[in-house]
Design a protein around this ligand. Structure first.
Ligand code: SF4
Length: 266
């Protein structure tokens, strides 16, 4: 795999890699220390609000290709953390992702993972890897909402059951490494019913909510909530004593922000 091109702005650096079979994937260096890497070419989950899965799914990246994103850039950047949160769903490429996690941990890198838990069998195994934090992306609890979010809405029940049984087995301190990702979309999942389900689920296990702002992409008819509503929802969750992390400027950035990575950038 080769580095094809890079872009930068005042916050993020985006890198496009070309694979030996001429596909493209992307990685983003953000926060001045973390490299967000891809694990697949396209994504089988196909969230309608995300540019990564909108072109379909082509293949898994090999362990070498996952690691190469770090190896190629390590002498150019001060990388101390790897975020497995770029193009692809890590549970769908578990074997190669877990090999890569082993490699990164041997290099003393901090490794965090973002997953929908799409491949439930492997989600179980992903939770047990030597990660430093997992964000379970839920974004919607009811069938109606999930239909609007995913091309092929998958059952949340099994994913949640696996997550809950894992959380019950670990200590309260270890639980601090787990959070629930919730992308706020106007007129889709910003209403009371969904937000109450989110607060019930996270309070039950004292989990943090990562409340995300939507980055507009070309496809899909979604809109972000207003900054005022975002703050109101933040306050609503805080009143229920839920810890909330907010979308930071790196994640909402026009270059390499969450959900904007793609396999066909020119
Ligand atoms: S948000 Fe994640 S799981 Fe959904 S399509 Fe994008 S890369 Fe895949």
């Amino acid at each position: 795999m080769k580095l094809k091109k890079s872009y930068r702005n005042n916050l993020n650096k985006l890198f496009i890699f070309k694979t030996a079979d001429s596909f493209q994937i992307e990685a983003v260096f953000f926060r001045g220390n973390t490299l967000c890497i891809s694990t697949q070419i396209g994504c089988p989950v196909g969230c309608k609000f995300c540019a990564s899965g909108n072109k379909g799914f082509f293949r898994n990246l090999t362990t070498e290709e996952i690691i190469a994103q770090y190896v190629i850039l390590k002498d150019l950047l001060e990388i101390s953390g790897i975020a497995i949160a770029g193009i692809g769903e890590p549970s769908s490429n578990f074997k190669n992702v877990s090999n890569a996690i082993e490699f990164f941990k041997e290099k003393q890198l901090k490794v965090t993972i973002t997953t929908t838990g799409f491949d439930t069998e492997n989600f179980k195994n992903l939770l047990k890897t030597k990660h430093d934090g997992i964000t379970l992306s839920i974004h919607g609890f009811t069938k109606d909402v999930r239909k609007k979010l995913f091309k092929k809405p998958f059952e949340l029940k099994k994913t949640v059951a696996i997550f809950e049984s894992h959380i019950k087995e670990i200590t309260k301190t270890q639980r601090k490494k787990y959070q629930v990702g919730y992308l706020l979309l106007r007129d889709v999942n910003n209403h009371k019913e969904e937000l109450l389900k989110l607060s019930d689920f996270t309070s039950k296990y004292n989990l943090t909510v990562m409340l995300m702002m939507y980055n507009k992409i070309d496809t899909g008819n979604f809109s972000p909530v207003s900054p005022k509503e975002y703050e109101e929802i933040f306050r609503f969750l805080r009143k229920k004593n839920i810890r909330v992390t907010l979308s930071n400027r790196f994640r909402t950035n026009s270059l390499g922000g969450c959900g904007t990575l793609t396999i066909d950038r020119k």
